[in-house]
Every structure is written in C-alpha cells, then in structure tokens.
Design a protein around this ligand. Structure first.
Ligand code: F6P
Length: 419
C-alpha cells in the first residue's frame, strides 16, 4: 500500500553526459515508485530548466520494464543536462526563493541531482538553503562523471564504461597501426577527456594484453608535460618500431600551468564554472612531431564518442549506476540531506563494492587526482596498481537492443522537441 504521507520526487541530470547516467535515472525512478512516492518529476536541463519551469512527469516516459531497460542503454542525459552555477545564497536569495516556491508547488519531498563535482555544488547550496529557510525537502547527490574525479568515492558511475571504450578503441587503433608501412614510421596521438585528472587517459593501458603491447606512452595531467622529453621519446620509439601510439589527456599542461592545447591558441569557450574547453591537444602535438621529426602522424580525438558509447558499456558500471540512483533515493527517503552517495570498494578480486553517503560539502568543487605513485617515475605510463583498480570496473557487457542493425534508445514521441 502507498504511504499517503509521501509526496513527490524531482530528479535532474547535470554536467557532461555518460553512458551510465540514464541508468542512475532509472534507479532513482524505480526506487521512488517502490518506496511509495506519488510522482517522479524530471527537470529538463537540470536546475537551469527548473528555474525556467521546465520539467516532465517521468512516469509518462518509463511506462514498462522495456522502457526502463532501454533507458539504461540510452547514452547522453535523457532529461538534458546543464552546466549552471547557482550563485551564493547571499548574492541572489530571490533565485533560491523562486526555486523553493516551485518545489513546494510541485509538492516535492526529495530532490536528487545526478552529476559531478560542479553539480554537487548545487546540492550543497540547495541543502544549505533548506536548512536556512526551514524547508523539509531533502537534497541528495548521485555521483556521475566519466572523469572519475569526485572526492570520497572509490569511483564514479560512467567511468567504467568510458574506460572500457578507451581500452577497446586504443587496442583497435594499435592494431590498425601495424597494417601500413611508411618510410619514417608514424606517430598516432590519441586525445582523451578528463580535464585535470588522468583516470580516463590511464585507462588506455587496458589495451595491453596477451595479444597487444598497449600504447607506447601515456601522458596524464598529474605530471607536468615536457615537450623536449616528449619529442625524444617519440624519436627513440620510432627507432624501435614503425607505428607508435601515444595517449594524452586533453588537460596536459606545462610546468607553468599552461594547457598544451593553449600553445596553439586553444578554444576560447569557458563554462559557468570557469573551465576552459579543452580540445586540440593531439592535433597540436602531431603538428609538432611532423615538423620536428618529419614522420607521418595522425591525431585522434575520442571526444564525445568516449562518453556516448553505450554499445561498449560495462555491465558493472550500468548496474552500479542503477544501484547508486536507488541508494540516493533511499538515503533521502530515510532523512538524509546535503549528502552524496559514494561507492566503497570492499575487494578487487572478486570485485565487491557497496554504497554509503558522505557530506556533500566535502565533495563539491573538489578534484580527486590519480595518486602519483600509480604513475611511473618518468611520468609516461600508469603502474599495475592503476590497472588493478580499473580492471573490475570494465567487466561484463550490456547488449544493446538492436533494431534494424542499430542500437535502440528510449524515445518518446515529441520529447526531443522539449529539450
Ligand atoms: O565533465 C566531463 C567532461 O567529459 C570532461 O572530461 C570534459 O573536459 C568535458 O566534459 C567536456 O565537456 P563539453 O562536451 O561540454 O565540452
């Protein structure tokens, strides 16, 4: 029987999408229904959409078990995402009043936000305002980011699937590199997302297996980039092999803190949290290699592909994302607010993990980097500890539901027009 005292839930998605973020959405929805909430609203484009009065009733979208399965396999943020920084409360209290008025109109008891470190800033500020204003609404964060850089959690949903795509694609690129011979050899540079943390770039090492030597070098943003040492490395490698494959993070920077991509002008775009759009590192480095060494080069930017590759999702990741969504709802239902769900690893092999909640004030806006001792001394590869850490997170597959040879996604007529 439904608990008549429970009213409604609202959930939003924020920041860069992942292949698993919609699985968390499905987990929030399922648990809210199971725990007796009447309606589950979805903000369109996160908090920004809510401010603009844009939301949907999720039960019109997730009507059957098949819809839920399709949602788990649908990449990108189903509800639309945003990078919207709430001002500090004292800067614009009217905005907070507007948001809370809207939440009261919708009879919201629970507010769940699925996002990364910047998005947790929203949970932090809204939960603070609830305390300040005496609101009973509970605000809980559900972790998500391919960057895997959230504090206090072992890892973040979305990372495992992106890491699996990266390991797989790097291996395919290495194999491709063997096929054609060029006079002076070739250098292939692969650019991987992750901004200031190298978790994703390090996952390139997953290509290394019995049948593959793996990439020849990996450059993470945790270590200052030295162009002269990089060029020497390329020259030395080309003496030994015809095809050299190097993975670089989009966020590699020189000792003065300047992103390598900025040497080429970079892209001017900066988001609401002050993050510069990082792109063009691989192509810049390829130009330098071609100029200085004179060999063939190829720049490959994984870009959107690494976070949208649902066809290569990790089963562990998709299932955990669903569970973490459920755990966020459960925590709020049981009275938590101003918290984020974290994943705690119990063992690597067999892989076992559970969830708990931690204070979002200790998580918001922070960045968790790859420990320096998980990177080799010369800074050009990750160690076996890194591989032991990431390997369990990429296990298993989630078969896409194929229609006419192409994966099917959750699609409700007219919905895309609202986004
Ligand atoms: O925040 C996740 C992330 O994927 C970062 O790794 C990357 O720098 C950024 O998003 C790219 O965002 P956008 O697609 O908005 O340029």
């Amino acid at each position: 029987m439904k608990d008549t005292k429970k009213r409604n839930v609202i959930v939003g998605q924020s920041g860069g999408p992942t292949a698993a973020i919609n699985s968390s959405l499905a987990g929030v929805f399922r648990t809210a229904i199971d725990r007796g909430y009447k309606k589950v609203y979805g903000m369109l484009h996160g908090i920004q959409g809510l401010v603009d009065n844009r939301y949907v009733d999720l039960s019109e979208h997730i009507q059957t078990g098949l819809d839920a399965e399709l949602l788990k396999r649908t990449p990108s943020a189903y509800l639309g995402s945003c990078r919207f920084k709430l001002p500090d409360i004292h800067e614009d209290q009217a905005l907070y009043d507007k948001i809370f008025k809207k939440l009261d109109e919708l009879e919201i008891d629970v507010f769940i936000y699925i996002g990364g470190n910047d998005s947790m800033d929203t949970i932090k500020k809204l939960s603070d305002y609830a305390l300040f204003s005496g609101s009973q609404i509970r605000f809980v964060g559900c972790p998500k980011t391919i960057d895997n850089d959230l504090a206090l959690t072992d890892h973040t949903p979305g990372y495992g699937s992106a890491a699996k795509y990266i390991g797989t694609s790097v291996k395919e690129i290495i194999r491709d590199g063997f096929s054609l011979e060029t006079e002076k050899g070739q250098v292939i540079i692969i650019e991987i997302m992750g901004r200031d943390a190298g978790w994703l770039t390090g996952a390139a090492a997953l290509a290394k297996s019995e049948d593959c030597d793996g990439p020849d070098a990996i450059y993470l943003p945790e270590v200052d980039f030295d162009m002269a040492a990089f060029l020497k490395k390329c020259k030395d490698l080309l003496k030994k092999k015809a095809s050299v494959v190097i993975a670089v993070s989009e966020g590699i920077h020189t000792a003065d803190g300047k992103y390598v991509t900025e040497a080429d002008g970079g892209v001017e775009y900066v988001d609401a949290f002050g993050h510069k759009q990082l792109t063009g590192t691989a192509s810049y480095l390829c130009n330098v290699v071609a100029r200085e060494i004179g060999c063939k080069t190829r720049a490959i930017e994984f870009s959107t592909l690494q976070r949208a590759a649902s066809h290569c999702a990790s089963r562990v990741d998709i299932l955990e994302a669903f569970e973490v969504g459920g755990a966020a709802l459960k925590a709020a239902d049981e009275g938590d607010s101003g918290k984020m769900v974290v994943i705690t690893r119990l063992s690597d092999d067999p892989y076992q993990a559970g969830t708990e909640v931690k204070d979002v004030h200790k998580i918001a806006n922070d960045v968790r980097l790859v420990p320096r001792n998980w990177i080799t001394k010369d800074g050009t590869y990750v160690t076996s500890e890194f591989i032991t850490y990431v390997r369990p997170l990429i296990q298993g597959d989630v078969a896409p539901i194929m229609v006419d040879g192409i994966p099917r996604h959750l699609w409700v007529p007219g919905f895309q027009d609202l986004l």
